[in-house]
Each structure stands twice: as structure tokens, then as C-alpha cells.
Design a protein. Structure first.
Length: 320
């Protein structure tokens, strides 16, 4: 699906979604400022990239064969930028979001619908004056919208981490390690994405790009600050995950030690009782106690006193 927002000072904003009308507008208009969004385009719609814009085949190949690392490349007359967007599920692979940028147009290419981009299109339709701020401001608006999508997902991670931390010091569940490792994998995936995108915006801010004005750099710096904050938050969550796993292993180890302690004490109590029973179970012909009237009660009493004595000794040593 294609959506073209074309703006001129004289005609205002036009919204086109028909392929032929879009091609005619792009090829015939030189002065309009426009944004073309391409969502899950078919083969005929993809031809716009070559027929109307004549983009380099390598950039089109990057759009078609995903997943590319976030980057920014300069070509003659335009920039090609690759960003990563989250599709609402942190467990899935991120979605590649490609951007072509020149002095008067912005082309975005992605394979799945993004609600944040759809909302931004509706916002621009209702507020066409935004186009007067230039293509570089449109780039900021789109980038800021994509980056802000990470915050709710990190809030969800924070809530899940808090639940895990609470359950560790309560009654740890058997599947707790797998839940911890799942979150750890998600954090590593997000960290990898943010790290690459941070480098892209760092490059934009540090180098002189003709199509990005100084006043728009301030807005892009805000996006960069958001990425830094997200990156720091992810690092903090990574430390929390490591701490949660370490705490879980410590608690499980302590519980195991307690169980082994009880079993060891039980064994220590039973050993002398087994010895007594073994002595009187020997198959000798002459054992005076075997014919003694009180031999059986005496043996039971001896076993009981031995067990009580051992328990008293263990408690005195504070082993119980």
C-alpha cells in the first residue's frame, strides 16, 4: 500500500493512494515537498523506486532482502537510512524501516503496517503546516515516533522483572530460570538494536549533511538523547537480570544445603541406632541379653536415649 502526502504553498496538502496518480504526481512535480510511505508494497508498487526516483539498486536490494543493520549512506542527491522498528512484540525480530531522504522528499519503506506511522500520517493530514518545517523535520518526527515505541516495551520488561524479583524471595517457581533467560535474550536483542541506531544518529549529529539544517539537528539530538536513555535503561535491566539469576541460584543453593543438612543429621542419628540393631542382630549362639527378660525394652530405651542425646548435641552446637 502506498500513501503520498504532497504539499505545496499554493495548493496545500494532497493525499494520494492510487499508484498511477502517485507516479504522475512524483514525475511531474519538481517543487512540491512530499512524503511517500510504502507499506508491504507489491512488485508494481516497488517499481516507483526505480521508475520515479531512480534509486541505486543496492539500496533497493537492502529494502527487499531484510534484515539490514541500522546505517546511513550517502548517494548522489539523497541519503539512504536504515532504522529498526519494534512491531509491538519484544520477542519477535525487529522490523526494518528504510528511509530515502532528499531536499524535497522523504520515502519510507517497511514490510509490515506500523500503527505509529499510520498515526503520524493522520496527524500530518490534519496539520499540513508541519511540511513547512522541511523534510528534515519530517525525518525527526518519524524517528522520534519509532524510538518512542521502545519505552512502553521497556516498561513491560520492568514490570516482568519486578514480578520475578518478588517471586525469587517468596517461593521460587521451577520455570523461573527459563523466564529469566527469556528476558535476558530480549534485553540483549534490544541492546543490539539500540546500539546500532545510536551510532546512526551520532553520525548524523557529528557530520555535515546538506539536507539536515542546524535547527533540525537540535530535534534529532533529542532523538539521540532518547536512545541514550533507552540504552542506559537496558543496561540497568541487564544488571537486574544478572542479579536476579544470581539471587535465585543462591537461594536454591541455600535450600539444597538445608535439605542436605536435615538428611545428614537424620543419617547421623540413624547410624548408632543401626549399629545397636546390628550388634543384637548378629547370629551368635551365646549372647546374654538375648535370654534377658528386659533385653528388648532395654535395647529400645538405649536407642531412644542415643537419639535424644544426639539431637541435644546437635542443638547445642546450633546445627539444628
Amino acid at each position: 500500500m502506498l500513501t503520498l502526502l504532497s504539499y505545496s504553498m499554493s495548493k496545500g496538502l494532497s493525499v494520494l493512494r492510487d499508484l498511477n496518480e502517485i507516479k504522475a504526481r512524483i514525475c511531474s512535480t519538481k517543487d512540491d515537498l512530499f512524503w511517500l510511505d510504502m507499506t508491504s508494497p507489491d512488485k508494481e508498487e516497488i517499481s516507483v523506486l526505480t521508475d520515479c526516483f531512480h534509486f541505486h539498486p543496492l539500496t533497493i536490494e537492502d529494502c527487499l532482502y531484510r534484515l539490514q543493520r541500522p546505517k546511513i549512506e550517502e548517494y548522489e542527491g539523497y541519503y539512504f537510512i536504515v532504522l529498526h522498528a519494534l512491531s509491538g512484540d519484544i520477542k519477535k525480530e525487529p522490523m526494518e524501516f528504510n528511509v530515502y531522504m532528499s531536499h524535497n522528499y522523504l520515502v519510507t519503506f517497511h514490510w509490515k503496517p506500523l500503527s505509529c506511522v499510520d498515526n503520524l500520517i493522520e496527524h500530518f493530514i490534519k496539520n499540513p503546516a508541519v511540511f513547512q518545517k522541511g523534510v528534515d523535520f519530517l525525518l525527526y518526527s518519524i524517528s522520534d515516533t519509532l524510538v518512542d515505541e521502545y519505552f512502553p516495551l521497556l516498561d513491560d520488561l520492568d514490570e516482568r522483572l519486578s514480578i520475578i524479583e518478588d517471586s525469587i524471595f517468596g517461593r521460587p517457581e521451577k520455570n523461573l530460570p527459563s523466564r529469566i533467560f527469556d528476558i535476558k535474550q530480549e534485553i540483549l536483542r534490544i541492546r543490539k538494536i539500540l546500539s546500532a541506531q545510536r551510532e546512526v544518529f551520532n553520525m548524523v549529529l557529528r557530520h555535515d549533511f546538506p539536507y539536515i539544517r542546524s535547527e533540525s539537528r537540535l530535534f534529532l539530538m533529542d532523538v539521540y538523547d532518547h536512545l541514550l536513555r533507552l540504552f542506559d535503561t537496558v543496561d540497568l535491566y541487564s544488571e537486574r537480570v544478572s542479579g536476579a539469576l544470581e539471587s535465585y541460584l543462591t537461594i536454591v543453593s541455600n535450600l539444597t544445603n538445608e535439605i542436605m543438612k536435615v538428611l545428614t543429621i537424620f543419617t547421623a542419628i540413624m547410624m548408632p541406632l543401626t549399629l545397636i540393631a546390628g550388634i543384637y542382630g548378629m547370629n551368635f549362639k551365646y549372647m546374654p541379653e538375648l535370654n534377658w527378660r528386659w533385653g528388648y525394652p532395654f535395647t529400645l530405651l538405649l536407642m531412644g536415649l542415643t537419639a535424644i542425646g544426639l539431637i541435644w548435641f546437635f542443638k547445642r552446637k546450633r546445627w539444628l
